[in-house]
Each structure stands twice: as structure tokens, then as C-alpha cells.
Write a protein that binds this ligand. Structure first.
Ligand code: ZN
Ligand code: ZN
Length: 338
């Protein structure tokens, strides 16, 4: 196993350079000198092989004397260069394995769900704190910095992804990461953010309006996107095909003539990684199962005008779903712009 999130999931190791070798009933953990002490602290009942010349060398030592015919590797977590090193280090048949750990990670246990909830509590508090203080003239980058600082101060290890702060027409960019653009009265702002706490991610999108009374058309589209969100949420439950969750939101937008403006899938799984299984889109073959944690995030993007996305985080229960997000989906009015 060479995928960091998979290695963490199976071993509890929180460093960035560690592999897990599984050989029949035996396991070995491979890492470099920097993580020797940390690995001894974090890992139980597993032998640790340390190398200062690369983990492929540690692997060669770990399998020394074993009569191996083949080793499976994780194709999503091995580069072409690394594959060449592996082949040179251990002469066996190397087989690209399916993704058993990613599949296992789809269903969260109670502890994982609480970790995600805790990361979201921090994110919501940070968003509320910063939104209340937003003022004209601030740049999107400054707002992103404030949001990240507010998460860190509440204990976050870092952000789960690049914070999106997109004002005015930039809100029509589904992934408009913060720029030098300044916030002005009379325009919308999209904030999409998430932090990491105990390794687990959170994800939240809310819309704000800089000033008192938003543009009526903007409000109308916001209401539409919110209804799409509610329709998708109603659909989430165990045994439901992921495509049907996407379709429920799309039907609401379609009826209002905005189906083409919803340019991405309705959601994605969230866990140790910000984007993980299941896929929740019109092309997904996944079926929802109890314990899955996923986002529900319909959006309408009108190029040259504005974009609106509202994103909640939910977990699939035995008979439906529970919203982990506690913030109201309504737009936040930024009074200091009025
Ligand atoms: Zn998001
Ligand atoms: Zn998301």
C-alpha cells in the first residue's frame, strides 16, 4: 500500500512517507529516518523497516529471504518512475490491484463520522466568524487567509483543499480559488471551504451577498438551487443509486430551465480525503450504503453573471440520511456593505 490515506486508514500512521507491506498474515511498515520515532509511537504490533535510500530499498529488505511470486500494488498511488524502481528492487510479478482499501473506506464507522462532524463544526464556526467581519475592499485572498486562520485557531491541522472565495462574476467559476479581487457592495460572494481535523475532512459552501437587498434574480436562482439541494437530500438513503440523487437535483433545475448551468455532479464522498468514493453524479455506478458520508452540492453557473452553489455534508443512516451541516442554507447578508 503506497497511498497515504490508505496507509493511515490501516495503520494510524499520520506521516507523509510510509508504505504498508502485507504478506500473508504478516505486515511490515516501511518508512524513512525522519519518521522512525513517529512510526514507533503510532504503530502497534507491526515491524518497521527504515531506509535512508528510498522505500523501495526498505521493501527489498523486508521481502528478503521470502519466496514471493507476485506483489500487488495500488495503481492510483504508484507513478511510472516508482513502478520502475519497484521492479528493479524486487523481481516478482507486479500486479495492479483493484482498490480494496478505498472500497472499505466508503463506509465510515461511528468514530469516523464524529471526526468529520468535528471538522465541520470548526469550519462552520470559522465561516460565521469571518463572514460577520467581512468589509468592502478586502481581497478574496485576505478573506481566505482569515478563514484558514479561524480554522487553525480552532484546532484544525490545515485545510482540506484550496479555499474558494469568489466574488461577483468570479462566482460563476465552479472552482474560483481566492484571487486579488476586492469585495464590493452589491455583489455576491461564494465561499467553499473545509478543514482537516484528526485527519478527516469537512466541506461546506455558502453564498453571501455584500449589502442589504440582493438582486431579485440572484435570490430567485439561490432559491432554486436550495430547492435542488432539498430534493437531493430527500433522495439520499441506503440502497439508493447515486445517479438518482443527482437526477433529483437536476430535475428541479431542469424544470426552471437551468439544467445546462449545473456543470458538475451533485456530490462526492468525504473522509480522510476530500474527494473519495462514492461518486455521486449522473455517471456514477455506485449505490449508497449506510455509513457513507457525502456532499450534496447543486450549483448553477451563469458565465459573465454569477454562480450559486449550496453544499451540505450528510451521512447515510439505516433509513435515510442525517445532515451533518447545521448552518442554514439561506444566503448570508453582509451588513457592513450596506
Ligand atoms: Zn466544497
Ligand atoms: Zn464538495
Amino acid at each position: 500500500m503506497t497511498g497515504p490515506a490508505n496507509v493511515r486508514y490501516l495503520t494510524g500512521f499520520t506521516g507523509t512517507n510510509g508504505w504498508l507491506l502485507l504478506c500473508g498474515q504478516q505486515a511490515a511498515f516501511l518508512t524513512d529516518r525522519r519518521y522512525e520515532e513517529q512510526a514507533a509511537d503510532e504503530l502497534r504490533d507491526i515491524s518497521v523497516v527504515v531506509s535512508s535510500t528510498g522505500l523501495h530499498d526498505a521493501l527489498a529488505r523486508a521481502v528478503e529471504g521470502r519466496d514471493l511470486e507476485r506483489l500487488d500494488f495500488e495503481p492510483d498511488h504508484v507513478t511510472v518512475t516508482l513502478k520502475e524502481k519497484l521492479e528493479a528492487a524486487v523481481e516478482v510479478e507486479w500486479v495492479a490491484a483493484a482498490a480494496p482499501v478505498e472500497t472499505q473506506r466508503r463506509r465510515k464507522d461511528a468514530e469516523e463520522i464524529e471526526a468529520i462532524r468535528a471538522a465541520l463544526v470548526v469550519t462552520e464556526a470559522a465561516l460565521q466568524e469571518v463572514a460577520n467581519a467581512l468589509a468592502p475592499g478586502q481581497t478574496e485572498v485576505e478573506v481566505a487567509a482569515d478563514l484558514e486562520r479561524a480554522c487553525r485557531r480552532r484546532g484544525a491541522e490545515g485545510m482540506a483543499f484550496e479555499t474558494i472565495v469568489a466574488a461577483g462574476r468570479r462566482s460563476a467559476l465552479p472552482h474560483g480559488v481566492a484571487s486579488a479581487r476586492r469585495l464590493e457592495a452589491g455583489e455576491p460572494v461564494m465561499i467553499d471551504m473545509g478543514c482537516k481535523l484528526d485527519g478527516y475532512c469537512s466541506d461546506l459552501t455558502r453564498m453571501m451577498w455584500c449589502g442589504g437587498a440582493p438582486d431579485p434574480r440572484w435570490l430567485e436562482v439561490h432559491d432554486l438551487v436550495d430547492r435542488a439541494r432539498a430534493a437531493a437530500l430527500l433522495m439520499v438513503g441506503p440502497g439508493v443509486a447515486a445517479v438518482d440523487v443527482d437526477a433529483a437535483a437536476r430535475a428541479v433545475l431542469d424544470e426552471a430551465g437551468y439544467a445546462d448551468a449545473f456543470t458538475h455532479g451533485i456530490g462526492h464522498g468525504v473522509g480522510l480525503e476530500i474527494h473519495e468514493a462514492p461518486k455521486v453524479s449522473s455517471r456514477s455506478a455506485d449505490q449508497l450504503e449506510a455509513g457513507m458520508v457525502l456532499t450534496v452540492e447543486p450549483g448553477v453557473y451563469l458565465e459573465g453573471e454569477f454562480g450559486i452553489r449550496i453544499e451540505d455534508l450528510v451521512w447515510v443512516t439505516d433509513d435515510g440520511c442525517e445532515r451533518l451541516t447545521t448552518l442554514s442554507p439561506r444566503p448570508v447578508m453582509l451588513r457592513r456593505f450596506a
